[in-house]
Design a binder for this molecule. Structure first.
Ligand code: ARG
Length: 479
C-alpha cells in the first residue's frame, strides 16, 4: 500500500503585529485591525529615526505657543520639562516607537500626556501631524545634509592629498576607452576633488529651501488662532518660514527630491571614480594599485583580489537613483494638500541618505590607501598617446597645425617614431590653467576651506538651536 503523501502545511504567516492601541484620532466605529496595520506598517521603522527630531520640533512648537499666549507659564514649563525628559529617555533607549503606536507623533504625545498630565493635552494646539512630520523631516534633512557635506569634503580632501602626492605620476588619459593623451594621477584625482566640490557648492541653494519652518501651517490651511509662527521658527533655528501654509504640503516630496538629486550627483561622481579605480587597477591596466586589505577574495579562485568595495559603490549609486525615482513617482501625480501617499517618501529618502553616507565615508578612507605604479603608467603611455605631443612640438617649431598633424600621422604609418619626451618635459609643457602641469591645487584647497566654513557655521547655528531647546550644552540631537 502506497503511503499517502502528507499534506504540506501552508507556510506560516508571521504573527500579526499587535493592534495599534493608540491613535491620536477617534473613530465612531471599531477599527479594522488589518487596515491599521497596513497603513502604519513599516512606517514606524522610519518614524523611529525621527523621534528625537519630533520631540525637538515639539519643543520649538511650544515656544511658538508661549509667544502666542496660548499656554500659561505653568503649562509651558511642564511641557518643556516633559519634552526635555523625553529626549533623555530617547537617548537612554527607553522611549521608542513601538507597534502599539500608529506613528512617532502618537508615541511622543501619549508619553507626554502620561508624564505631565493635562498640560500634555495642549501640545497639539494649532498643529497637525501634517506640519509636525514636515518639521521633523526638515530637521532630519538639515542634520543629514550637514553630515553628508562634511563627509563629501573629507573625500575631496583625500582626493587632493592623492593628487598632491602623485601629481608627477603619468598615465594615459582615455577617450572612447582608447589610449588618447598623457594624463596623470594628479590630474585624475584633482578632477574628482573639483567634481565633488562642485556638488557641495550647490548645497546652500538647497539648504535655504529646507531651512524653512512648516510649523503653524497645521493640516495645510493654517489655524484660526493668533499663532506667531515666527517664534517657533526662530526657536528651532530655521532661517525662515515656509511662507504660504498650503505650500508646506505642496513641498512635501519636492524638497526630498531636491535633496536626493543632490545626493545622486555625488553618487554619480563616486560611481565614476569607482569605475576608474576598478579599471585602472585591473591586471590589464595596472597603474593603480588596490591594497590587499581593501580587496576581497574568491571562494574558488585562490589568486583573486576583487574590488568589491568600488563595485558596491557603483551599485549603490544606481540604487540611490532609484530612491530619487521613487520619490518622484510617489509625489508627482498628487493634487495639493496632504495625502497619505507622502508617508512612503520617508523610506527612499532615509535609505538614499544612508547609502550615500556609507559610500562617502568608505571612499574617503579608501582613496588615500590606493597605490600607483609609475613605471606601468609611463610604459602604457609610450607611442600613440604621445603623438599629439609631437604634433604640438612641431607647431611650436613653426609648423601649421594641420600639416604637423599629417606629418606625424604619416610617420606613425611608416613606423618612423620620433624621440619620446621625458616625464618632466611632458609635464612642463602643460602649463595652461588646469592642465596636468598646473593643477592649481592651492585654489582647490581654498574652495574646500570655504565650503567647510559654510558647513561649520550652519552646523554651529543648528546645534546651538537644538541645544537651547533641549536645555543642554554641547550634545546634539540624534538622527
Ligand atoms: N505618517 C504620516 C506621514 O508621514 C504622518 C502624518 C499623518 N497625517 C495624517 N493626516 N494622517 O505622512
Amino acid at each position: 500500500m502506497s503511503k499517502k503523501p502528507k499534506p504540506r502545511s501552508a507556510p506560516r504567516r508571521p504573527a500579526p503585529a499587535p493592534l495599534p492601541t493608540t491613535t491620536l484620532w477617534v473613530s465612531s466605529q471599531a477599527l479594522d485591525r488589518q487596515m491599521l496595520d497596513y497603513t502604519a506598517a513599516e512606517d514606524r521603522l522610519w518614524d523611529g529615526r525621527l523621534i528625537a527630531w519630533d520631540i525637538l520640533g515639539s519643543l520649538g512648537h511650544i515656544e511658538g505657543l508661549r509667544a502666542s499666549k496660548l499656554l500659561t507659564q505653568g503649562e509651558y514649563l511642564r511641557l518643556r520639562a516633559g519634552l526635555r525628559l523625553a529626549l533623555r529617555e530617547v537617548d537612554a533607549g527607553r522611549l521608542t516607537v513601538s507597534p502599539e503606536h500608529e506613528d512617532v507623533h502618537t508615541c511622543v504625545e501619549e508619553w507626554l500626556v502620561q508624564r505631565v498630565g493635562k498640560a500634555g493635552e495642549r501640545v497639539h494646539t494649532g498643529r497637525s501631524r501634517n506640519d509636525q512630520v514636515a518639521t521633523d523631516l526638515r530637521l532630519y534633512l538639515k542634520d543629514r545634509l550637514l553630515l553628508l557635506s562634511a563627509e563629501a569634503l573629507d573625500l575631496a580632501e583625500s582626493l587632493l592629498g592623492f593628487a598632491t602626492k602623485y601629481q608627477r605620476v603619468l598615465w594615459p588619459g582615455y577617450t572612447h576607452t582608447r589610449r588618447a593623451m598623457p594624463s596623470s594621477a594628479g590630474l585624475w584625482a584633482a578632477a574628482f576633488a573639483e567634481g565633488v566640490l562642485d556638488v557641495v557648492e550647490a548645497l546652500p541653494a538647497i539648504w535655504t529651501r529646507v531651512d524653512r519652518s512648516p510649523l503653524g501651517s497645521a493640516a495645510g490651511y493654517g489655524v484660526p488662532l493668533p499663532l506667531k509662527r515666527e517664534a517657533a521658527a526662530r526657536a528651532l533655528g530655521f532661517g525662515a518660514l515656509e511662507h504660504n501654509v498650503a505650500l508646506v504640503q505642496n513641498s512635501r516630496g519636492k524638497l526630498e527630491a531636491l535633496v536626493l538629486f543632490w545626493c545622486v550627483q555625488l553618487g554619480h561622481e563616486l560611481a565614476k571614480l569607482s569605475t576608474d579605480i576598478i579599471t585602472f587597477s585591473a591586471d590589464e591596466f595596472g597603474f593603480l594599485i588596490l591594497p590587499a586589505d581593501l580587496a576581497t577574495g574568491s571562494s574558488i579562485m585562490p589568486h583573486k583580489r576583487n574590488p568589491d568595495l568600488f563595485e558596491l559603490t557603483r551599485g549603490r549609486a544606481a540604487a540611490l537613483e532609484g530612491d530619487l525615482l521613487t520619490v518622484f513617482q510617489v509625489k508627482s501625480k498628487l493634487g495639493s494638500g496632504y495625502h497619505r501617499d507622502f508617508q512612503l517618501i520617508k523610506e527612499p529618502v532615509m535609505r538614499g541618505v544612508d547609502r550615500l553616507e556609507g559610500m562617502l565615508s568608505m571612499l574617503a578612507v579608501a582613496v588615500p590607501r590606493l597605490g600607483v605604479d609609475p613605471a606601468v603608467g609611463r610604459h602604457i603611455l609610450s607611442g600613440g598617446p604621445l603623438a599629439t605631443d609631437e604634433v604640438m612640438r612641431r607647431v611650436e617649431g613653426g609648423s601649421a597645425f594641420r600639416s604637423a598633424y599629417r606629418e606625424v600621422a604619416a610617420a606613425i604609418k611608416e613606423g618612423d617614431w620620433w624621440r619620446e619626451p621625458a616625464t618632466a618635459e611632458i609635464i612642463a609643457r602643460r602649463r595652461s590653467t588646469g592642465g596636468l602641469g598646473n593643477l592649481g591645487l592651492a585654489t582647490i584647497r581654498a574652495r574646500l576651506r570655504a565650503c567647510r566654513r559654510w558647513s561649520d557655521r550652519e552646523q554651529k547655528r543648528f546645534d546651538a538651536a537644538m541645544d537651547r531647546l533641549a536645555g543642554r550644552g554641547g550634545a546634539r540631537g540624534r538622527a
